[in-house]
Structures are given as structure tokens and as C-alpha cells.
Design a protein around this ligand. Structure first.
Ligand SMILES: Nc1ncnc2c1ncn2[C@@H]1O[C@H](COP(=O)(O)OP(=O)(O)OP(=O)(O)O)[C@@H](O)[C@H]1O
Length: 531
């Protein structure tokens, strides 16, 4: 698509110099006019440097702002302190302020010069202008009115993208990294379908194969698209640095959480990654969790990862409705209360959980009346992990037994106060079998795998503000804690250590996290089909 020239108001200052190949003027010379032109040229030359410096300062300021926004909140204090120390040292050094001012002016002039590929939202190069123009023209049919009464609508076939796009940035490779655009008041930004349609169009034009975040600002009628880097992958189960009562569900975007945790990735490299941390216990507002996904999306792995972290804090009881022995490696280990996979076993294990929750409640109540501290067996966390409860319910019905999910009501309703936490995982197809108590009391939610935005919204209560990944690796999805934001999520790898098809270092990493066996090592189950 042809690039349209700058409108006169935005023509760069230096473009007003006479063209070197202009047609010679044969009319008699007008001395006064020549003098005026020379004076104007000199004035423009004199203004050029300050203009470049001002542009550079603006670019530096916006780079600092972006850096600040990307800095995790827990690092902002130390960063501010370091900057303030540097400024103080500069101030106390002889000629320091002068040298600082000269360095700043130099940096501003360097930044302010026109660059072929601008990544700071200033003057774009020709390729970038062409991309922006293409994007603008693609938006025109969706954001323009056929008989727009306004003399200069924001979006029109002969319109100018500079009025519509208020900020943009490109990557080193020339791909769009960020775009902030204004949309006209008649656009229905409250209509999810209209939003989704516009987002889809922008994704297609900004380049497929990446994920994008969309931020709608209805008050000012602006939309910001940001290309997201891939989530941290290649992190295996390990001892995460967390406080008591905190569980790392997975990793997310740096700008959406307040902290990072140090991890060692598969290559043995140490790095800091932003975690989605789920807090449980008496103060938690989302003390129980439900994860849903399509088959093979990684919900069992998520429960295993939770179990490995929970074992550091307290006792774990597993009810495996899948029945494929994917938790058998936990059997016989210290602090593992039970691993059950039959309906009868599930019923007796969950009956024990009900009695244990009630015992703890009564004990905690008595202790509160006497004013003493609760004993260890009342405040030690107990984790109840239930995989595929829908299968258990189905089997129990078939055998004419009580639905094991009914027994979850007590720990779900009253467990929080006595540190009894329930985490469930199931497939979307089984979601209809989940009881009202499970739906009502699991306020920490996870969706894994290639779920549609409708499926994500049905589970999390809100659609993600990011587009789906082009390819969904196992353990990729979204998490929402209570009424908080929807986070992109990558669950750490935590394979079944008895699964011979899993990578050896990952299996070893899981085994290293297990407590010592209490009565001899558990026997590996017979080789089972890998699902
Ligand atoms: N976070 C992850 N990182 C790496 N690999 C993963 C991750 N999650 C799952 N996988 C791999 O994907 C495969 C399926 O995982 P998992 O058994 O957890 O899925 P699922 O949702 O429970 O499916 P199903 O219900 O069919 O068992 C396994 O081979 C597992 O190792």
C-alpha cells in the first residue's frame, strides 16, 4: 500500500530547505525576498538543535516511564534509592551538575536524531509508516460511518493515521510491539463482540504468531495493543522461595504481578520469573482451587506441582478419580495421608477429611475460649487434592454409593479457618458433574489448554484481556484468584516420576522434592498407557 505524505503541519523542519534538484527560477531576482528566505533558513537551523534535543528528552522520558512500568513493585524502592544516590554523588562532585547536564544534553540529542527504525514512538521509518498506514486502512471500514457529519472523521479512506494512532513502537525486527489508538465515540466499546472483532483484526494486521494484550480505556476512547513475550517455559518443579501459606501456581507476565521468584531453569541457569502466587489459610479470600482443562492440558501436572509444594508445609491427601496411578509415587511418603483412586477408597478418605475438619474446628474453638495457642495438630495445613471428581461421582452412582463430592462440602465450607485446603482438577466435559459446593467455594480458578474465550469466561468469570497463544504447550492457560485480574499462566513441569516417557532430569527433580518414605519405597506401578 502506498505511503501517504506527511500533512503540512507535521512536515519535519528540515524538509522546508529548497530541493537540490529544483527547476531554476528564471524570473528577475527579488533581493528582499532572498534576504527574508536566508533569515528564515538561519532561524530554522538555529532552532533545529533545540528541537532535536527536546524530541530526544521526550523519548528518554518515555523510555524511563516504560522501564519503570516494567520494574516489579518490590524492586522500585531499591531502584529509586540507587538513582537518588547517584544524583547525590553527582551533585557533590566538583563540576558534577555541569557534567551531568552536558551528558544529558548529549544523550537527548543522540536520542532525538531521526532513526530509520524508531522503537520509541517518535518518527517512524518508511517501512513502519507503511505498516501503520496498512493497519489504519484496515480499521477504516470498522470505525468509520458512511455519512459521518464531521468534517474530519478520525477514520476515513483519505484520512491520516497520525490522528488515530497516538503512540506506537516497533521491535528491532520491525514488527509492531505497541500501538495506542483512538476510536470514535460511536464505536460500541461496551459490546464484547465488537471488541473481539476489533481485537481480531488488530492481531491479524499486527502479525500472527504472537500473543497480544489489549487495554481498553473507555473514558478516553483509547485502546492499547501490546505484543507479549512468550511466558517463561522450561521451569521444572523445585523449591520456590515463598512464604508459609503461599503456593506458586505457575509463571506469568512481569507487568501483572508485584514480585519475582528466583528459579533454576532446565538449562541450569538462574533467573527471576514473575509467579502467580495462591495464598491459602485463615486469611485467604480464595482458600480452595478448581482447575479445568481439556484432556492432556496439564491439570494433573498442576495438582502434582501443588502437592509437591504442599508437602513442605503440611499433610497431603490425594483422591485420584482418573485412576491411572499418576499419584502413586506419593504413596508411602512422609506427610502423605493417603492416595486413593477407587470410589470406596475416596469415600473413606473423604469421610476422614470431614471428621478431621470437624475435630480441628472443635479443638480450635476450645483453644480460643481458653486463650491459649492452637496446638500443632490443629494448625498444620492439610491439603485435599481431588483429580477428576466427576469420574468418582459417576462410578459411585453406578455402584449405588454416596457421591464423594458431597463429602467435600464440609472442608470447602469450613476448612479455611483450620487450614484445610481443597484443590480439584477436572476436564471441561466433567464440569457439569461438579456439585454446587465445589462451584461456590473454589474461588481460585485455573483453565489450562486450548480453551475458547467463552470457556475461559465461564470458568474464570471474565475473558482474558490477551489473545490465545498460537500454539498451546501443556501447562499453558489462565489463572484468576477471586475477583482479581486474569493472568496468563505457565505451570511448572512436574511429571509423574514413574512415567518413563518423561524427561529424566524432570523426574529426578520431582523425586528430590519428595519426603522420605515412611515404610519402604513405594512400588512402581505396572507400565501404564501414557494418555
Ligand atoms: N507444565 C507442564 N510442563 C511440561 N509438560 C507438561 C506440563 N503439564 C503437562 N505436561 C505434559 O503433558 C502431558 C499431559 O499432562 P497431564 O497428565 O498433567 O494432563 P491432564 O490435563 O491431566 O490430562 P489427562 O486428564 O488426560 O491426564 C504429560 O506428558 C505431561 O508431562
Amino acid at each position: 500500500m502506498a505511503w501517504r505524505p506527511f500533512p503540512p503541519a507535521l512536515t519535519p523542519l528540515h524538509a522546508s530547505h529548497p530541493h537540490p534538484h529544483h527547476v531554476p527560477d528564471l524570473t528577475p531576482p527579488d533581493r528582499g525576498r532572498d534576504l527574508r528566505r536566508a533569515a528564515a533558513d538561519h532561524a530554522l537551523d538555529a532552532l533545529h538543535l533545540p528541537a532535536v534535543a527536546a524530541r530526544g528528552l521526550a523519548r528518554l522520558a518515555s523510555a524511563v516511564r516504560r522501564r519503570w512500568e516494567r520494574t516489579p513493585r518490590d524492586r522500585r524502592g531499591p531502584a529509586l534509592f540507587a538513582v537518588a544516590t547517584c544524583l547525590l554523588v553527582l551533585w557533590l562532585t566538583p563540576y558534577g551538575p555541569l557534567l551531568g547536564a552536558v551528558a544529558l544534553a548529549g544523550a537527548a540529542i543522540r536520542q532525538g536524531r531521526d532513526r530509520p527504525s524508531d522503537t520509541a514512538g517518535g518518527e517512524p521509518g518508511e517501512a513502519e509508516r507503511a505498516r501503520l498506514q496498512t493497519l489504519y486502512e484496515a480499521l477504516v471500514p470498522h470505525l468509520s460511518l458512511t455519512d459521518d457529519p464531521r468534517p474530519q472523521p478520525l477514520y476515513a479512506h483519505d484520512g491520516d493515521w497520525r490522528r488515530a494512532f497516538t503512540d506506537f513502537a516497533f521491535t528491532e525486527e520491525g514488527r509492531l510491539a505497541r500501538l495506542r489508538l483512538r476510536y470514535p465515540p460511536h464505536f460500541g466499546d461496551g459490546d464484547p463482540e465488537a471488541r473481539a472483532h476489533l481485537q481480531e483484526l488488530l492481531c491479524a494486521k499486527a502479525g500472527r504468531g504472537r500473543e497480544y494484550h489489549f487495554a481498553w480505556e473507555e473514558e478516553v476512547g483509547e485502546l492499547t495493543l501490546t505484543a507479549l513475550p512468550p511466558l517463561p517455559a522450561g521451569v521444572c518443579a523445585q523449591r520456590f522461595v515463598t512464604a508459609p501459606g503461599e503456593t506458586v501456581l505457575g509463571f506469568t507476565d512481569l507487568h501483572t504481578v508485584r514480585r519475582t521468584v528466583p528459579v533454576v531453569d532446565e538449562g541450569g541457569e538462574r533467573r527471576d520469573v514473575p509467579p502467580v502466587v495462591w495464598r491459602t489459610g485463615p486469611r485467604s479470600t480464595e482458600p480452595h482451587l478448581l482447575a479445568l482443562g481439556h484432556p492432556g492440558s496439564g491439570t494433573t501436572t498442576l495438582l502434582r506441582s501443588i502437592a509437591l509444594q504442599a508437602l513442605r508445609q503440611g499433610e497431603v491427601l490425594v483422591v485420584d478419580g482418573g485412576g491411572a496411578g499418576e499419584y502413586a509415587f506419593l504413596a508411602g511418603r512422609g506427610r502423605v495421608a493417603a492416595v486413593e483412586s477407587t470410589p470406596a477408597g475416596a469415600l473413606s478418605a473423604l469421610e476422614w477429611v470431614v471428621r478431621e475438619t470437624e475435630r480441628r474446628l472443635l479443638a480450635a474453638n476450645r483453644v480460643r475460649q481458653t486463650g491459649r495457642d492452637a496446638p500443632e495438630d490443629v494448625c498444620r495445613p492439610l491439603w485435599v487434592l481431588v483429580d477428576r471428581p466427576s469420574v468418582l461421582s459417576h462410578l459411585a452412582r453406578a455402584e449405588g454409593q454416596r457421591d464423594p463430592q458431597d463429602l467435600l462440602q464440609v472442608p470447602l465450607r469450613y476448612g479455611r479457618a483450620v487450614r484445610v485446603t481443597v484443590a480439584l482438577a477436572d476436564q471441561f466435559e466433567g464440569a457439569g458433574e461438579l456439585t454446587g459446593a465445589v462451584r461456590a467455594y473454589t474461588r481460585a480458578r485455573v483453565v489450562l489448554g486450548a480453551a475458547t474465550p467463552q470457556e475461559v469466561r465461564a470458568v474464570l468469570g471474565e475473558a482474558p484481556s490477551t489473545t490465545p497463544p498460537p500454539e498451546v504447550p501443556p501447562g499453558r492457560g489462565y489463572a484468576r484468584l477471586g475477583s482479581g485480574p486474569v493472568h496468563r499462566l505457565q505451570v511448572p513441569a512436574a511429571p509423574d516420576p514413574f512415567d518413563e516417557e518423561a524427561a529424566e532430569p524432570q523426574r529426578r527433580a520431582v523425586l528430590e522434592l519428595l519426603p522420605e518414605p515412611v515404610a519402604g519405597p513405594p512400588k512402581a506401578p505396572a507400565r501404564r498407557a501414557v494418555r
